[in-house]
Write a protein that binds this ligand. Structure first.
Ligand SMILES: *[C@@H]1O[C@H](CO)[C@@H](O)[C@H](O)[C@H]1NC(C)=O
Ligand SMILES: *[C@@H]1O[C@H](CO)[C@@H](O)[C@H](O)[C@H]1NC(C)=O
Ligand SMILES: *[C@@H]1O[C@H](CO)[C@@H](O)[C@H](O)[C@H]1NC(C)=O
Length: 285
């Protein structure tokens, strides 16, 4: 019964939006799904729209933005990160809305020296405020092959997954007074850029331009499980039926997997950083 009540209360605000949102159909094709927005030729689409690469050299990085904006979705992208010495480079892949009280759901991939582990940095901003970092190493080499990075965002929770394995959940804690992203549509952004002041080993390891151009590759974009609209406002509906991605959270087995990742591979968790929050941890912790 409790579950039923919760669902209904979430459903109500959602229904207001549903009439305007579309079942996404253009999954996979980068020409149809994204605009390259910067980098002056350093980001490119290949293979009939099936592959996208971003490069970074001494002059510029590069990046792209989705044509659609999303209000909830389970969105997959396969990435292959910068091989070799990627220290000082950051590949960002995130959802963000606009304005000063924006919401944002972040993956950032911080490069490293050859043989040293990449760091996956995650964060959630609500109402323009973030400070919710969790960082991980990975159980594979993310530069050797493509792996799937998923943002599963629904009214119940935001789940970050890597190859289908949940690594982090940000729950809807509105009942505790924590803002939750649920009203502002977000676009998908990605870019490869230089951030050697802070990215690698706290900024101690600088970028080595001898290895430029650096390259990150993207394929198998999938936004079929989402509510979305084109920015030109051709709104249609999505179908958030009861058992779909729209209402799911982790089951016990998935929690077990997430615990394994967090026990073995998590290197930073804002929720245990008492030094940073001397007056008390954030409420959702
Ligand atoms: C780089 O490698 C070092 C040493 O293994 C590790 O502590 C660090 O988390 C790695 N990632 C970054 C972004 O510095
Ligand atoms: C909106 O954009 C899509 C794809 O970019 C296009 O197919 C459609 O015709 C556009 N609709 C309007 C009303 O401009
Ligand atoms: C969805 O859930 C509601 C409330 O639990 C129920 O009344 C309805 O029949 C369900 N619909 C489907 C398609 O399962």
């Amino acid at each position: 019964m409790a579950v039923f009540v919760a669902k209904q209360s979430l459903l109500l605000p959602l229904l207001l939006a549903v009439g305007f949102f579309a079942v996404a159909v253009s999954a996979g094709n980068f020409y149809e799904s994204f605009d390259i927005t910067w980098g002056d030729g350093r980001a490119n689409i290949f293979d009939n729209g099936q592959l996208l690469t971003c490069t970074l050299d001494k002059i510029s990085g590069s990046g792209f933005i989705s044509k659609k904006e999303y209000l909830f979705g389970k969105i997959d992208m396969k990435l292959k990160l910068v091989a070799g010495n990627s220290a000082g480079t950051v590949a960002a892949y995130y959802l963000s809305s606009k304005g000063t009280t924006w919401d944002e759901i972040d993956f950032e991939f911080l490069g490293n020296l050859t043989g040293q582990p990449y760091t996956i940095h995650t964060n959630v901003y609500t109402g323009g405020k973030g400070d919710r970092e969790m960082q991980f190493h990975l159980w594979f080499d993310p530069t050797a092959d493509f792996h799937t990075y998923t943002i599963h965002w629904n009214p119940v929770n935001i789940i970050f997954l890597v190859d289908g394995v949940p690594i982090r959940v940000f729950k809807n804690n509105e009942k505790l007074g924590v803002l939750y992203p649920k009203n502002q549509p977000m676009k998908i952004y990605s870019s490869l850029w230089e951030a050697d002041e802070w990215a690698t080993q706290g900024g101690r390891v600088k970028i080595d331009w001898n290895n430029a151009p650096f390259k990150a590759s993207y394929k198998n974009f999938n936004d079929q499980s989402s509510c979305s609209r084109r920015s030109n406002s051709t709104w249609v509906t999505c179908d958030p039926n009861n058992n779909s991605w729209m209402w799911t959270s982790l089951n016990a087995a998935e929690y077990g997997k997430m615990k394994w990742v967090q026990d073995e591979f998590m290197i930073y968790n804002y929720c245990t950083d008492f030094k940073r929050f001397p007056h008390g941890l954030p409420k959702e912790c």
